[in-house]
Each structure stands twice: as structure tokens, then as C-alpha cells.
Ligand binder design. Structure first.
Ligand SMILES: [Mn+2]
Length: 281
């Protein structure tokens, strides 16, 4: 198992201060860094500089759809903007030595609305059509894509592993799999073991944090159940610790982080890594 940490634990826009975030993650003992970006308008040269030469962190690129770049939106203009965004993400990933783009790439995060079965079907068809083309482009650059189901308060499109698999089947490309997040699954899945066995080899990435987004091991997520289920599907990919800094106000609102969930970002990231290293010796 390899461990990564989200740059969002340390800063609301980690790509802007990448060198500093890389220093922190490195000093805490992580091998990988999630670099989130919601518009992917970043300069590759500066990203490479921030990662260091030789790179001190393996980047895992994390994206998410937003209203102006929402693949599930009926507007073709917005869909095209979404595709352009995902291609930029793939380029950033390939150009920075990464191999994985993860996140809720299928729709606008935070947009929840009632979808009749027919409308949901139409939305998923749009998403799948675009994602299969993006996936083929990603394959040409040796990049894999991991789609993340989110809980019901963040999306009405893909909440569960079963729905994630439904989307993967529609996409039908072998370099697209699932990114699963213990926070969302703690809300939506009845059984961790059953959900992970369903995902099986289609699990490309795992994000870990507590039920309150706090340090791994500090809350009530059943970690030994998680460990046993991950072993049963022979998962040996990345575990990325994901939480969010509760500032500045706009970022806190977007992430629904109304209070600190640890004494400091370093404490959250450090305690999580120690716990995970103990869980997967
Ligand atoms: Mn997540």
C-alpha cells in the first residue's frame, strides 16, 4: 500500500504553493500528493518545479466537475467545456509524472436535484459518451481515470459503488475505474465488504478519512473491516488521506468545513499516516 495526502488538507489552492505543500507532505512521510484543481488552468512548468527534480512526490491529480464544466448538463457548450477541462487534467497528469486522475468528474459537485429515471438515464448517457472519449485520450498518455461516487448531499448522479459500476459499464473503457472515499461510503453503503467486493479490480484509488473528515483512526469508520475487505480484493494501490482546511470562507463553504477537525493540518496528516501504517504493516 502506498500513501498519499490531499494538498487540500494544507491549503485551499495547493497548486499555487506547491513547493511548500510538497515539503510538508514529504516531511510527514508521504510518497504521493493529491493535487486538486477545479479548472486545470495550471502551468506545467511550475507544477514540475513544485514537485522538485527529482520529484519528491508522485502526483495524483484530483478533479471535479463544476457548473460551467458539467458533462451531465444538457447544454453542449457546457459539455464541451467539461471535456476540455478533463483533457487539460490528463495533460497535467501525464506531464507531471502522474498516472491517475481521480474525482467526481461526471457532474458538478454540490449540484443536487431530482432526476426522473429518464432524465438520469439521459444525463448518464451524455457523461458516458464524453468520458469514453476522454478515457481513450488518457490511455494514449498512459493515464488512468478513477470516478468517485459522492454522498447524496453532493450529487444526485452517482452515490454508491453499484451506481459507479453502472457508469463504468456504460463507459466501457478499461482505463476507467472507481475512486472510493470512506467519508461518502460511510453515508451511502450498507456494507463496506460487499461494496468493495463489487468494485473488485475496478477500484483504482481509495480516499481515507474519518466520518467527520478528521484524522484516520480518530472517529468511528470501521478500519479493520476496511482493511480486511481491501485484502480480500487484493487492493495494493494508493490510499490518499483527504480532508479540507476550513478556510478561507469561500473554500470552507464549498467543502462544508465549518470547524477544524484536528489541531492542525500537520496533526491530521501525520496522525492519519501513522494509523494507516499500523493498519497495513
Ligand atoms: Mn473524496
Amino acid at each position: 500500500m502506498r500513501f498519499a495526502v490531499s494538498g487540500w488538507i494544507f491549503h485551499h489552492d495547493p497548486a499555487k504553493v506547491l513547493g511548500r505543500v510538497v515539503d510538508l507532505a514529504h516531511s510527514l512521510g508521504y510518497d504521493g500528493l493529491e493535487i486538486p484543481t477545479l479548472d486545470a488552468r495550471l502551468e506545467l512548468r511550475r507544477i514540475r518545479e513544485g514537485l522538485g527534480n527529482p520529484p519528491r512526490m508522485i502526483p495524483i491529480w484530483v478533479g471535479g466537475g463544476s457548473p460551467p464544466r458539467d458533462l451531465s448538463n444538457p447544454s453542449e457548450r457546457i459539455q464541451r467545456a467539461g471535456v476540455a477541462y478533463l483533457r487539460r487534467l490528463v495533460d497535467l497528469c501525464a506531464g507531471s509524472g502522474g498516472e491517475l486522475v481521480a474525482g467526481p468528474l461526471y457532474g458538478a459537485v454540490g449540484r443536487v436535484r431530482y432526476l426522473s429515471p429518464a432524465r438520469r438515464d439521459a444525463a448518464l448517457s451524455r457523461v458516458a459518451r464524453h468520458l469514453s472519449l476522454v478515457a481513450r485520450y488518457a490511455a494514449s498518455r498512459s493515464v488512468r481515470i478513477a470516478l468517485e461516487p459522492l454522498n447524496r448531499y453532493d450529487t444526485s448522479l452517482v452515490n454508491t459503488v453499484a451506481q459507479g459500476i453502472e457508469l463504468l459499464e456504460r463507459i466501457g473503457e478499461p482505463n476507467v475505474g472507481l475512486a472510493l472515499d470512506t467519508f461518502h461510503m460511510n453515508i451511502e453503503e450498507r456494507s463496506v465488504g460487499k461494496a468493495l467486493r463489487e468494485a473488485g479490480r475496478q477500484l483504482f484509488y481509495l480516499q481515507a478519512c474519518e466520518n467527520d473528515r478528521g484524522a484516520v483512526g480518530s472517529g468511528h469508520v470501521p478500519w479493520t473491516e476496511w482493511r480486511d475487505a481491501l485484502r480480500s480484493i487484493s487492493y495494493d494501490g494508493w490510499v490518499g488521506v483527504e480532508s479540507f482546511i476550513p478556510s478561507p470562507p469561500g473554500f470552507a463553504e464549498a467543502m462544508r468545513m465549518w470547524r477544524p477537525v484536528a489541531a492542525s493540518p500537520q496533526e491530521l496528516a501525520g496522525a492519519s499516516l501513522s494509523f494507516l501504517q499500523g493498519l497495513f504493516p
